[in-house]
Design a protein around this ligand. Sequence first.
Ligand SMILES: Cc1ncc(COP(=O)(O)O)c(C=O)c1O
Length: 369
Amino acid sequence: MSLPPKLNPPNRTLLGPGPSPVSQRVLQALSLPVVGHLDPEFLKIMDQSMAMLREVFQTKNRLALPMSGTGSAGMETCFVNLLEPGDAVLIGVNGVFGTRMVDVAQRCGAQVDTVEAEWGTALDPQQFRTALAKKKYKVTAIVHAETSTGVLQPLDDIARLVHENGSLFLVDAVTSLGGAPVRVDEVGIDVCYSGTQKCLGCPPGLSPVTFNERAVEVIRNRKQKVQSWYLDLSMIEKYWGSERVYHHTAPISMNYALHAALRILLEEGMEASWQRHRQVHETLVREMRKLEVEPAVAESIRAPMINTMTIPDGTDDARVRQRLYDEFNIEIGAGLGPLKGKIWRVGLMGYGSRVENVELLAKALKQLI
Ligand SMILES: Cc1ncc(COP(=O)(O)O)c(C=O)c1O
């Protein structure tokens, strides 16, 4: 064969739903020398990353580690480890990722019930109250920041109702972690997963998860083995814990990147990072209003890191996004499902959450709409 040209990807400004821009510091970490997955120096890095993940998740949970794989691997890790065939699960569905949770749980053989809300609106705690009063659920799961709609789901009321039922509370924080308060212990989240490519400012490739002792106990008391060998936490724990038993070859370079990214986030501070995401989001809303582009979601439930904006009437959605690529090197996201052609999704996540990026986008859109 004739060889393809050498790699030369464009240097885009990533303002879509993820991946988000990656800082030089994180990119440099990716190019550090690769060591073995049982090298004593790598084991130290693993311990440090677990400690930093606990800070970022705001938890004292012993089990906090990055699964190899993207956010969906984190989602699947939570469901396959907790569920056995026939178990009852309640899932909130108001977008793509709640829908994906249902699919994953059904593949585990679980009996899935849903609480649904129109895409672009929040799930109603009252509906959880009603559902939870009727049946005992092993797990109740919701998405914190629904990336397909831009809704930031309030957690506290649902967490309380879930615990009154004795159910485990499982939260998808793929998009929210680092960009808005997740506070695993304070809210009462039993199981949580995230992804590296959003507000953590890494490339895609790892999925941090945390399980509290109640959830770990559920894994210990399983009747059957976890159906997925690769995602079985009872084995993975033995690699990340003190036993250091080989399970799979950890993606060394991605773990360096995560270590660097967590360090950057904690240097800034969680509160400061949340505040920055909020302020940059507010700047975007102001700038877009000048162009008569309005937010698609009610103010009280807007996710600051994933901004859904209503496409103005008469604007050619696909053409604007293509011209943003071609002429401005900027990526923004299209609407999905029922929101296709109706909204743009502007990600201001992690290292990408900066006023300069809002200005860049506003200047470009001014010429395109
Ligand atoms: C809220 C949410 N959950 C889960 C996922 C799945 O993550 P991944 O695409 O990294 O597998 C995503 C990805 O965008 C997401 O936004």
